[in-house]
Design a protein around this ligand. Structure first.
Ligand code: AMP
Length: 580
């Protein structure tokens, strides 16, 4: 069995996650819940098949790397710096507040000071994967809320790296066992191995700064150069390979040489690419792998969970869980609204950040190793993490209902999308007999121009923040978000519309949209975009009445151009009577 355990773990993990994820989706909860349950089922604490936990953990780490790389691709350094005045005080304030709560609970249990600190800190840092997956699922990654959340995660990440490195140096003072068990310091600068707190702090900062500098100066030129070079070979396979090798290579290098986390390393690899034209291509290449491995992250978390702890220590688990969920939400929401952001945005952000994950596990294990944290502390952290990840998607839906809805489309063009609840009750447009244009990219923007010129009333549904901002500046009516989400078509008053124009590239999203629109308004003329004969058939089946296949039109344009330059060839030349 041992020789095939990688394959078994992959197959069983992915297969069971697929089944339970689909079931969760049917039950209208986040698929994440299904993945976690799949993990619990193949974990060591439930009967039946037990997958290899260590392998699952490493596979999950791949998921974290690819996820952070993909996220980095969507952000530029400027974006990140633009949220520093909210992300810095927010993340640090939240961590301080929740650490204090955890510390207080630890004191009540009679644990020493060091245990309280580690315990509290572990409860204060959100799970990168859960936050990003949540935002990605709702297509909010590019929204204002997404941007703040990512900035926030980066600050937390840096703070945790600092904590992980300072902890061994501080362990003696805090009543644990000094120095990292096993001795060797890792990393390029390991030989300096300082044991004073000041030394450890300086060294950590130096390493992080050295990594950033290297990425900004060398990486920013070298990485796009490599990709350009490989792209010129014309081999898609080599390009994919290059993207993967860069993402994983930088992550590993960052961790091994500079003591920066895998996640942060991959994120910066992505950021250095964000300005290059190839970045979109690069992002696409990692998507399928990224999604598969992110699923394995949740499966591997599920495997750690021993459900029996719920019976053994229900009260402590409950208290830990409440600190994670309520403490984090309240602290983040308070700070964000104190910084004069709208309350719905503040609460939504707080809820997205109110769970713990990978960093907490690492911190807890280190705490136990250093004899700072009792084993019971690690079990509680684990149970709290699982419960909070498990319940987070449900809380997102539930708690946001309690919050007043953001005032939509304010006159000043305030970013209402960012604070909007996930399934918003959007205000319905006042337009009737209008065109609903879905997607304002290369195709949609040209159609919009035509509608404008023809004096036809229309509105746009779009989910890219940059495009939404631009349209609002130009006073075009726009509904922000994924058109395939419930409520969007109603808000576009599809029942009284004249046309639906689906100008988005994804056939499944388009089909979904068309199906709903067709049911809501059977008289609607539905115009759609397709890229293959199969897509044309598919969209027709769901009710599209006029479908343009992009590639055919491109060919037509090229053919017309050629024909305009050559003499028309007389037909059936040989049949023509020959002049005597
Ligand atoms: P293009 O392929 O250049 O015509 O761009 C398509 C546009 O549609 C992009 O601006 C996307 O942001 C947008 N888009 C794609 N899918 C959706 C969706 N499901 N809902 C709303 N907008 C979308």
């Amino acid at each position: 069995m041992a020789s095939t355990s990688l394959i078994t773990t992959l197959v069983v993990g992915l297969g069971l996650a697929l089944v339970l994820g689909t079931l969760a989706h049917r039950l209208r909860v986040s698929p994440i819940v299904g993945y976690l349950v799949a993990g619990v089922l193949i974990g060591p604490f439930t009967p039946g098949f037990v997958a290899d936990q260590e392998l699952a953990r490493q596979l999950a780490e791949l998921g974290v790397i690819l996820l952070m790389f993909g996220t980095g691709l969507h952000f530029s350094l400027d974006d990140l710096l633009s949220v520093k005045w909210i992300a810095l005080p927010g993340a640090l304030g939240q961590m301080a507040f929740v650490t204090a709560l955890g510390f207080a609970l630890a004191q009540m249990m009679g644990w020493p000071v060091g245990a309280g600190l580690v315990f509290g800190l572990a409860l204060s840092v959100a799970s990168t994967v859960v936050v990003l997956r949540g935002l990605q699922e709702k297509r909010l990654l590019q929204s204002e809320r997404g941007l703040i959340a990512v900035g926030w995660l980066v600050v937390e990440d840096l703070a945790m790296i600092l904590a992980l490195i300072l902890l061994p140096a501080l362990a003696g003072i805090l009543g644990g066992q000094e120095g990292r068990p096993g001795g060797a310091e890792n990393g390029l600068f390991g030989f300096l191995a300082p044991h004073t707190v000041g030394g450890a702090l300086a060294l950590t900062l130096a390493k992080v700064v050295a990594f950033f500098a290297l990425m900004l100066v060398v990486g920013r030129r070298l990485i796009p150069w490599i990709l350009h070079y490989v792209a010129h070979t014309g081999s898609r396979e080599l390009f994919r390979l290059a993207v993967l090798a860069i993402a994983l290579g930088v992550a590993l290098g960052a961790a091994e040489l500079f003591g920066v986390s895998f996640a942060l390393g991959a994120f910066f690899a992505g950021i250095t690419l964000a300005e290059s034209q190839l970045s979109q291509g690069a992002a696409q290449e990692t998507l399928p792998l990224r999604d598969a491995f992110a699923v394995l992250f949740f499966v591997s978390v599920g495997m750690l969970f021993d459900p029996a702890i719920l019976l053994r220590q229900p009260l402590l688990v409950g208290a830990t869980f409440l600190i994670i969920v309520i403490g984090n939400t309240a602290a983040a929401a308070f700070i964000v609204s104190a910084l004069r952001y709208p309350l719905p945005l503040a609460v939504a952000l707080g809820i997205s950040l109110s769970q713990i994950g990978e960093f907490s596990f690492i911190l807890a294990s280190l705490g136990v190793e250093l004899k700072l944290l009792p084993e019971a502390g690690r079990d509680l952290i684990l149970a709290g993490a699982i419960l909070s990840i498990f319940l987070n998607p449900l809380l997102v839906v539930g708690l946001e209902r309690l919050v007043p809805r953001p005032r939509p489309r304010e006159a000043d063009g305030a970013p209402d999308m960012a604070g909007a609840p996930e399934i918003p009750e959007l205000p319905v447009t006042s337009l009737t007999n209008h065109a609903v244009l879905v997607g304002h990219g290369r195709v949609g923007s040209l159609v919009a121009r035509t509608l404008e010129a023809a004096g036809q009333p229309y509105l746009v549904i779009e989910d890219s923040k940059a495009i939404i901002d631009d349209l609002r500046r130009r006073n075009v009516e726009v509904i922000a978000g994924n058109a395939a989400q419930p409520g969007m078509l109603d808000a576009a008053n599809i029942a009284s519309a004249r046309w639906l124009i689906s100008a988005i590239p994804n056939p499944f999203e388009s089909g979904n949209l068309i199906e709903h629109a067709h049911v809501a308004n059977p008289n609607l003329e539905i115009i759609a975009r397709a890229h293959s004969d199969a897509e044309v058939e598919y969209l027709k089946k769901y009710g599209a009445s006029f479908i343009i296949m992009g590639e055919q039109e491109i060919a037509r344009g090229i053919s017309e151009h050629i024909l305009s330059q050559v003499e028309p060839v007389p037909k059936k030349l040989h049949d023509e009577p020959v002049e005597p």
